[in-house]
Design a protein around this ligand. Structure first.
Ligand code: KIV
Ligand code: NA
Length: 258
């Protein structure tokens, strides 16, 4: 049966861990969905993974809609969530509503995700939820703030920083989000947040105590040329792909193919 947002609360209650994978086009969406992921996220990491940018900032809403539409065609069972790109939701609530609306109306997203918490994003999340748009929050390392943070390093290491992230997570839950990504924070902090919140925590580089785990599918498949230290490769498709393509080139030149 196809996954719906209301199942996440039940899974948390039952202590059933949830598997989330990212996708950026039809084929990666199909692979994640057919692998049995509960949620497929069209993350703005596609700016790096599929478009070759150094960070996620250049991605436009139009580009996101384009990619999300392709993923939508490949995802039949998993819940489809899509990231709001940098500056598509921070300027004004009305713009956030319009951007999220495009992801639902044009791309068939069933939920949206936005980075950052407290206090301004909480108001935006509340408006989206009031309009019937399921929201996933995102705290800890928020890659859209790379210029402020100065890199992709672990967040929430000092007691003060940890408490700020916990308060953001609480504000996001109060605003009505049904899930929240915890990125690159200490496992102990992720555990505290997971025990404090009633909504599903989705960890990435946040230890083993989260309600769900997510990785970027390009990292899982070993397709990416760079991956964060907390990612795990389950295959080495980049090397295999280069080998296969080289075998074709060699066979063409030596007239073995066709
Ligand atoms: O963009 C992305 O892929 C993400 C996940 C890693 C949570 O935000
Ligand atoms: Na993202």
């Amino acid at each position: 049966m196809a996954v719906r947002v209301n199942q996440f609360a039940a899974w948390k209650q039952q202590g059933q861990t949830v598997a989330v994978l990212t996708a950026w086009d039809y084929m990666s969406g199909q692979m994640a969905d057919q692998a049995g992921a509960d949620m497929v996220l069209v993350g703005d990491s596609l700016a790096m993974v599929a478009l070759g940018y150094d960070n996620t900032l250049p991605l436009t809403l139009d580009e996101m809609v384009h990619h999300a539409k392709a993923v939508r065609r490949g995802v039949k069972n998993a819940l489809l969530a899509v990231d709001l790109p940098f500056l598509s939701f921070q300027i004004a609530e009305a713009e956030a509503m319009q951007a999220a609306g495009r992801l639902l109306k044009e791309a068939g997203a069933q939920a949206i995700k936005l980075e950052g918490g407290y206090p301004r994003m909480a108001a935006t999340i509340q408006r989206l939820v009031e309009a019937g748009i399921p929201v996933v929050g995102h705290v800890g390392l928020t890659p859209q703030s790379v210029n402020q943070v100065g890199g992709f390093q672990k967040q929430g290491k000092s007691p003060e920083a940890a408490d700020r992230i916990l308060q953001e997570a609480i504000a996001i839950e109060k605003a009505g989000a049904f899930a929240i990504v915890l990125e690159h924070i200490p496992a102990k902090l992720a555990r505290t947040i997971t025990e404090t919140l009633n909504i599903t925590t989705i960890g990435i580089g946040a230890g083993q105590f989260c309600d769900a785990q997510v990785l970027v599918t390009a990292d899982v498949l070993g397709l990416s040329d760079w991956q964060p230290p907390f990612a795990k490769r389950y295959a080495n498709l980049r090397d295999q792909g280069i080998q296969a393509a080289r075998a074709f080139c060699d066979e063409v030149r030596s007239r073995q193919f066709p």
